[in-house]
Design a protein around this ligand. Sequence first.
Ligand SMILES: Cc1cc2nc3c(=O)[nH]c(=O)nc-3n(C[C@H](O)[C@H](O)[C@H](O)COP(=O)(O)OP(=O)(O)OC[C@H]3O[C@@H](n4cnc5c(N)ncnc54)[C@H](O)[C@@H]3O)c2cc1C
Length: 500
Amino acid sequence: MNVQTKIDADAAQKAEHFDVVIAGAGISGVGAAYHLKTQMPGTTFVALEAQESFGGTWLTHKYPGIRSDSDLHTFGYRFKPWTSAPIATADEIRKYMGDVIAENDLARHIRYRHRIVAANWSNADNLWTIDAERLDSGERRRFTTNFFWMCQGYYRHAEGYTPEWKDFDKFKGTVIHPQKWPQDFDYKGKRVIVIGSGATAATLVPNIADDCAHVTMLQRPPSYFRTGRKAIEIAETLRKLQIDEAWIHEITRKHILYEQDAFTRRTFKDPEGAKKDLLSAVEAYLGPDYDIATHFTPKYRPWRQRIAFIPDGDLFQAIKAGKASVVTDEIDRFTEKGILLKSGKTLEADIVVTATGFHLSATGDMAFSIDGKPLDFADTVTYRGMMFTGVPNLVWVFGYFRASWTLRVDLVADFVCKLLKHMKDTGAHKVTPELRPEDHNMPLLPWIDPENFNPGYMMRGMHLLPKRGDKPEWQHNQDYWAEKDEFPKIDLTDKAFVYQ
Ligand SMILES: Cc1cc2nc3c(=O)[nH]c(=O)nc-3n(C[C@H](O)[C@H](O)[C@H](O)COP(=O)(O)OP(=O)(O)OC[C@H]3O[C@@H](n4cnc5c(N)ncnc54)[C@H](O)[C@@H]3O)c2cc1C
C-alpha cells in the first residue's frame, strides 16, 4: 500500500457522516445552517469553514473603513431584524452574524480551519465524499454527506487580483492589496495611490485621507456611485413611533426593495435619466467646476456594474477638501518613485494600494469529481444559478449584485429545505438537474450576459462558470423581484429534476 492509499484508507475509516455538509461560514453558510435547523429539525449537518471564524467577506477584509454598501435591512436575514444604521462596518456585520449563531445554537455545527480540498460524488453510494484539510494541524479529515450546500462565495479569499504592470517590481515603495491589509499598517503622512474605481477604492480613499499626506484614486474607467444619508427615513420614523423592531425590519425591507426595483427598471427603460440623477448627486458635492465628465461619468448604462453607495458623500467630501484627488488615465509603467501614466504625467507615491479586485473562484478551489472523474462546472448548465446539470445533490448560493446578496440566501434556503422534504417524502436518494426534451435546442450562453452585467472579475473568469440557457429555469437572472415570486412556485416534479 503506497503512502497516499494508506492516507485515503485511514481517512475513509474515520469519515464522519452528515445529512448535509455546508461549505463556508459567511453570510450564506450561517444562513443555510439557520434554515436547516429551523425548517428541517432533526437533519444532521456541519459547516466546514477554512478561516478561523465566521463572517467570510466580513472577516477577510480588514482595510480601513470596510463597510457594507448595501443597507443591512436587506443584507441582513429576513428572520433577524437589523436595528442600527443601515450601512454597517464589517465588525457590526460579524456581531449580527455572531448573534444569529448564538441565538440558534449553531456554533456546534461549525468546524473552523477546515478547508475543503476535494468533493467526489459516488453514484453507487449516492453520497458525496468531502476531504478537508485542517489548517491548524495539517491533518486530513473526511466527511460523507447526502447533500452538499456550497456557500463558499465567488472569490478566492487567500489572495486578491493584481494585474501585471510593466516594471511593477522597480517601484521602491510599499505595495499592498486591500484583501491583505496588514494590521497596524502605517500610512500617516505618506503619499498614497489607490488604483481602482470600485467600492473598495471608494471606501478606502475617504477613510485614509485625513491621515495621509495625500491620496490619489487612480482609475482607468470611472464608476457610478449612489450617495445619500447614512440613514433610512422610514426606519427612523417607525422607531420614533416605538414600533416593534421586527415590523420595522419588514416594512423597511419592503420599502427599500420597492425603491431599488423602480431604480433598476429605470436604468433599462430610461438609462439617460437614471444617469443624470446619479451624476447630479455627485455634482451637488463637488460643484459645477469639477470635471465630472472625466472622473465620474462611465461610458456604460447604470447598473451594468455594481453601483457602490457613498454614505454622506464621504468620498466627494475628501476630494472637495483637497485631501484626495482622482486621476483618470492609464498606467504605462511603474518607476522607482511611482507611476508613469499613458498621458505622460507621473504620480509619485510612498504606498500603492491595488484595489483591483478579486480572483473569481466558483468552486472555492475544491477539486470536484463524479465517480472519480474530474468535474468541470464549465461543462454544465445551471438550473436557476444554483444547481447544475449532471451534478447530483448539490446547490450553490450565488446571491444578487443589484440587490443584497442575502436576499437570495433566504430564497435558496427555502428551496433546498423544500427539496430535501420532497426527497424524504418520496424516498428519493438523488436529484440531478437535466435538460428536458424541450430544452435540447436551447442556445447555451455564458453564465451572465455581459450586456446585462459585466464587472472585471466576472469577465476574467466567465469561461470557468457554468453555462446558462435562454429560459428562466436555466439562468441566474439577477432579478430578485421576479425570483421572490417564482422560487416558492418551483415545481419539484418538473422534468428538469431527475430523481432516483
Ligand atoms: C469588500 C466587499 C464588500 C461587499 N459588500 C457587499 C454589500 O454591501 N452588499 C452585498 O450584497 N454584497 C456585498 N459584497 C459581496 C459579498 O461577498 C456577499 O454579499 C457576501 O458577503 C458573500 O457571502 P458568502 O457567505 O456567500 O461568501 P463569502 O463571504 O465569500 O464567504 C465564503 C466563506 O467560505 C469559505 N470558503 C471558501 N472556500 C472554502 C473551502 N474550500 N473550504 C472551506 N471554506 C471555504 C471562505 O473562507 C469564507 O469564509 C461585498 C464583497 C466584498 C468583497
